[in-house]
Design a protein around this ligand. Structure first.
Ligand SMILES: C[S@@+](CC[C@H](N)C(=O)[O-])C[C@H]1O[C@@H](n2cnc3c(N)ncnc32)[C@H](O)[C@@H]1O
Length: 416
């Protein structure tokens, strides 16, 4: 993938603003949940705890239709939707812009939201569309698929309100109630729905709930993504977002490896290589994001009541493409930082991943120079070019430690 052009807008070393829900999305959502935040706050807090139990401990069970339950649905809207919407918003900003070159004026931009829930991705999507430079030339069509009729009804209410608030009349939204374990692109078309091609497909916090009780869940999940990749436009992006929980994230790594093995797509981001995921080598390892965000005002009081802290966006993700585009041109000196920086008394260290493997990279304080000082401000998720690293190949069972010498350089290509 060395010949991959720089992404739209080019690689950048400017840290993007801290994500937060926009004022309009906050307003629309607040209207929906205001009663639950008032008199029934205790019930809401109980619902958050029940959902947390569902999402973190009961991962092996078939997920019940919790969004059909009024109290749980309110808890989801108040506590989980905002954080998930902010994650989608961050990834919409990260993915390459829609390729309008081959579209005629008036051709729609088509988006498919699988496992949409109450329209979590649709809200940031509408804002993204409202701000798009190509909006005046292209209407937007979004299809949201979920098995929960109640969630789809909420999605319709929220998106209708946001469309009115944004004053965008060129949007069509549709809902399809279906079981994704059975629905295929072919049966979906037979029901009269648009078979694509879709410019963006979003599968947010849903893959982990699918095929849980299948004999080979990873094979089923991989085949599922592969099938829906079939209706992605050749220059489209398939976004998969999952919670940062270890088992769910490791399953995503395995699905990634399966898709790459079968050659059905490439990773645009986060990975900077197409080899097997190094996080799968050890059973207790996994690779995830952790980004700061500003939660809406009503989240900290819920946190205090239930004893959680939603002060960062923790997630794992894949942006998949079929055209081979990658977030930055790849190379042996270009790494993604996959851990926080650790201060080791006299040295800072970080885990970094690329086509050469996943070494730990350290820079001793005494060897800090202008050329490598950029390392001090790096964060998990940043993409950096590090040259002149020194170190020995790893012994079997040992991790490789590379060091940045005084003459080594660290250049930030992209910050999160
Ligand atoms: C955790 S929620 C995520 C909702 C939304 N995408 C988000 O990120 O907030 C998982 C969603 O997947 C849906 N889902 C789970 N299994 C499904 C299935 N077999 N068919 C259709 N939808 C399913 C649930 O109804 C729920 O709306």
């Amino acid at each position: 993938m060395q010949d991959t052009p720089a992404p739209e807008g080019g690689a950048t070393s400017v840290r993007p603003p801290v994500p937060s829900l926009s004022p309009l999305v906050t307003l629309v959502l607040h209207e929906e949940i205001a009663p639950a935040l008032g008199e029934t706050f205790d019930r809401l807090a109980e619902g958050v705890l029940a959902l947390s139990e569902q999402f973190t401990r009961r991962l092996a069970e078939t997920a019940p239709s919790y969004l059909d339950d009024r109290a749980l649905s309110q808890a989801y809207l108040a506590y989980y939707l905002p954080v998930n919407a902010a994650k989608v918003q961050a990834l919409l900003d990260e993915m390459p812009d829609i390729d309008c070159a081959k579209k005629a004026p008036g051709d729609p931009i088509r988006i498919l939201e699988l496992g949409s829930g109450p329209g979590t991705a649709l809200l940031p999507l509408l804002e993204w569309y409202a701000a798009a430079s190509w909006r005046t030339n292209h209407p937007l069509e979004v299809v949201s698929v979920d098995r929960s009729a109640a969630a789809l009804a909420t999605s319709e209410r929220l998106s209708d309100r946001l469309i009115r608030a944004l004053e965008i009349s060129t949007v069509t939204t549709r809902r399809v109630r279906a079981d994704l374990e059975r629905l295929t692109p072919e049966s979906y078309c037979r029901q009269g729905h648009m078979g694509g091609p879709y410019d963006v497909i979003i599968l947010a916090n849903c893959l982990g709930e699918l095929f849980r009780t299948a004999r080979d869940p990873i094979a089923r999940k991989t085949a599922f993504v592969q099938r829906w990749l079939g209706v992605l436009a050749e220059t489209g992006t398939f976004m998969i977002l999952e919670p940062a929980l270890r088992p769910v994230t490791r399953a995503l790594h395995q699905v990634r490896d399966g898709l790459l093995r079968d050659g059905v797509c490439m990773v645009y981001s986060p990975c900077l290589h197409d080899q097997r995921c190094p996080a799968l080598v050890k059973d207790d390892d996994w690779c995830h994001e952790e980004r700061v965000w500003t939660p809406p005002d009503w989240i900290p009081p819920i946190d205090r009541r239930v004893g959680f802290i939603k002060d960062t966006l923790k997630f794992s993700y894949l942006l998949l493409r079929k055209d081979g585009r990658t977030i930055v041109p790849r190379g042996p000196a270009v790494f993604r930082l996959v851990s926080e920086l650790r201060d080791m008394k006299g040295e800072i260290r970080v885990w970094a991943c690329n086509e050469t493997g996943r070494p730990e990279v350290g820079r001793q304080d005494r060897l800090k120079r202008e050329s490598n000082a950029a390392m001090d401000d790096c964060r998990r998720g940043d993409i950096v070019e590090m040259e002149a690293l020194i170190g020995k190949p790893a012994k079997p069972g040992m991790t490789r430690l590379l060091r940045i010498p005084a003459e080594g350089s660290v250049r930030v290509l992209r910050q999160v």
